[in-house]
Design a protein around this ligand. Structure first.
Ligand code: ATP
Ligand code: MG
Length: 410
C-alpha cells in the first residue's frame, strides 16, 4: 500500500491542535504535532474569527516544522452543544427490474435518510447507516446482492448549526487551508481511542475538554447515540478560582498539580501553601476542600450522562464500559469516580491503536481528536495525494454517502 499523509485539525476551547500522520501498511506514524492556545473558542464554538485563525496558523506551523512539510488540506473537527443526532429512515424502490440490490441502491437509501425534515440553519454532518430492511425483513447489515423491491435503511443523522460550520470554514480557509472533511469530534477520537471489538460489544467514549464534555455510544460497531454538554474541565478551574478566591491561572495550576476527583481519600490536614505558587498569595488551601469543589462539578457532568444513558436504556449496560479522553481525563482519581457513578468499567486516556513516531506525546489524550481526524482522512480517502480539496458544501453528496457506506461495510 502507498504511504499516505494526512493532517487533522482540532479547534478546541482551550487549545488548537494539529496532528500530521502517515500510514504505511496500516501502521500509523505520527510525523508532527502542533498546539497553540485557543482564545477565540467558547464551549467548542468559534466566537472570534481573528483569534482562531492565528491559533490555527501557530499550531499548523509547529506541526509542519516538526516534519518539514507543508500541509494544504485538513480534516477538521466540529464540536459544541449545537450538534444533534437523530434517527432517520430512508426508503427507496430497488432500481433493477430483476430486483437484485446493488451498491448504488444502498447509497440511494442512505441519501434518502439524509433528507431529514429540513430545519433552517442546520447542515447534515454525518449519515451513519445502522441496519437495512429488505421487503420488510429487518436487521440486514449488507443488502448488496440480495433480492428485493423495497429497500429501507435506519440511520443516525448528525447535524450541526450552519453558522458554526461556516465560521469553521472561514477560519480554516483564512489560515490558508482547505477542508477535506468536517467530522464530529468524538467520532474522530473514537478512531484512535476505541478498538473495533469495544465498538462491537458496546462502549461509550467520553471526551472531557475545557469547555465541553462530548460523548458517543457505540454498539454492534456503529454509533448509536451522541451528545455534547457545554460544561468541561475549564468549569472546574473556574470553580476553584471562585472557591479559593485566586486567579484563573493559579486555579488551573492547583487543579493540575493537586486536584483529585473525590475528597474521601484525602487527609483533612493536607494543605497547599499558595505563596509557593504565587508570591502575591499568603494563605494556604485545603486539598480536601479543592477535591470537594472538583467532585461537585464532575458529579454534575456525570449525573447528566448517567441520566442520558438511562433515557436510551444503556445505564450500566455497556459491556466494554467507558473510555475517557480529552485533557480533563488527566485529573487524578477520575477513572474510579466515573466507574462508581456510571457503574461501568472505565479506561482512562489510552489509545486503542498503536501510534508510533518521533513525537513523545503522541498518546496524550489532548491530541486524540486531532490524531483521530488525521486517521479519518486516510480511511475516507481524503489523504494528501488524493488531490481532492473539497469543502463539505462542494463535496458531492454521493461521495460522502460512499465514504459512509465504505466505513460501514465490514
Ligand atoms: N493533568 C491534568 N489534570 C487535570 N486537568 C487537566 C490536566 N491537563 C489538562 N487538563 C484540563 O484539560 C482541559 C483541556 O482539555 P482539551 O485540550 O481536551 O480541551 P479542548 O479540546 O481545548 O476543549 P473542548 O474540547 O471542550 O473544546 C483544560 O481544562 C485543562 O485544565
Ligand atoms: Mg476537545
Amino acid at each position: 500500500m502507498k504511504k499516505l499523509v494526512s493532517a487533522g485539525l482540532d479547534i478546541g476551547s482551550s487549545k488548537v491542535a494539529v496532528t500530521i500522520i502517515s500510514t504505511d501498511n496500516g501502521v500509523v506514524d505520527v510525523l508532527g504535532v502542533g498546539k497553540s492556545e485557543s482564545n477565540g473558542v467558547r464551549k467548542g464554538v468559534i466566537v472570534d474569527i481573528e483569534e482562531t485563525v492565528s491559533s490555527i496558523s501557530a499550531a499548523l506551523e509547529e506541526a509542519e516544522r516538526m516534519c518539514d512539510s507543508t500541509i494544504s488540506n485538513v480534516v477538521v473537527g466540529i464540536n459544541g452543544s449545537h450538534i444533534e443526532s437523530e434517527i432517520s429512515r430512508g426508503v427507496i424502490a430497488v432500481s433493477k427490474s430483476d430486483g437484485e440490490i446493488n451498491e448504488n441502491d444502498a447509497i440511494r437509501a442512505i441519501e434518502a435518510a439524509r433528507a431529514v425534515p429540513n430545519k433552517p440553519n442546520r447542515e447534515v454532518l454525518h449519515v451513519i447507516p445502522k441496519t437495512f430492511t429488505v421487503d420488510g425483513q429487518e436487521g440486514i447489515t449488507d443488502p448488496v446482492g440480495m433480492s428485493g423491491i423495497r429497500l429501507e435503511v435506519d440511520t443516525n443523522v448528525i447535524t450541526g448549526s450552519l453558522s458554526a460550520i461556516k465560521n469553521i470554514q472561514r477560519c480554516v480557509n483564512q489560515a490558508g487551508l482547505s477542508i477535506s472533511d468536517l467530522v464530529f469530534s468524538p467520532l474522530a477520537s473514537s478512531k484512535v481511542m476505541l478498538t473495533k471489538q469495544q465498538k462491537e460489544i458496546g462502549v461509550i467514549i467520553i471526551d472531557i475538554g475545557a469547555g465541553t464534555t462530548s460523548y458517543a455510544v457505540f454498539e454492534e460497531g456503529d454509533l448509536v447515540y451522541s451528545k455534547v454538554i457545554p460544561i468541561g474541565s475549564g468549569h472546574i478551574t473556574n470553580d476553584i478560582a471562585i472557591g479559593l478566591r485566586t486567579s484563573i491561572n493559579i486555579a488551573e495550576t492547583i487543579k493540575i498539580k493537586y486536584g483529585y476527583a473525590s475528597p474521601d481519600k484525602i487527609d483533612e490536614k493536607e494543605e497547599i501553601d499558595l505563596s509557593k505558587l504565587d508570591k502575591n498569595e499568603s494563605t494556604s488551601a485545603s486539598v480536601k476542600y479543592i477535591a470537594e469543589i472538583i467532585e461537585a462539578r464532575l458529579n454534575e457532568i456525570f449525573m447528566l450522562i448517567r441520566d442520558d444513558l438511562r433515557s436510551i436504556n444503556r445505564d450500566g449496560m455497556l459491556p466494554a464500559g467507558v473510555v475517557l479522553t480529552g485533557g480533563g481525563s488527566k485529573l487524578e482519581g477520575i477513572g474510579e469516580m466515573i466507574k462508581d457513578i456510571l457503574r461501568l468499567p472505565t479506561i482512562v486516556g489510552k489509545p486503542a491503536i498503536e501510534l508510533s513516531g518521533v513525537v513523545d506525546n503522541v498518546s496524550d489524550p489532548v491530541y486524540s481528536t486531532s490524531a483521530g481526524l488525521a486517521l479519518w482522512g486516510i480511511e475516507s480517502g481524503n489523504a494528501s495525494q488524493s488531490k481532492k480539496p473539497l469543502t463539505p458544501e462542494l463535496s458531492g453528496l454521493m461521495d460522502k454517502a460512499k465514504n459512509m457506506f465504505k466505513n460501514f461495510l465490514p
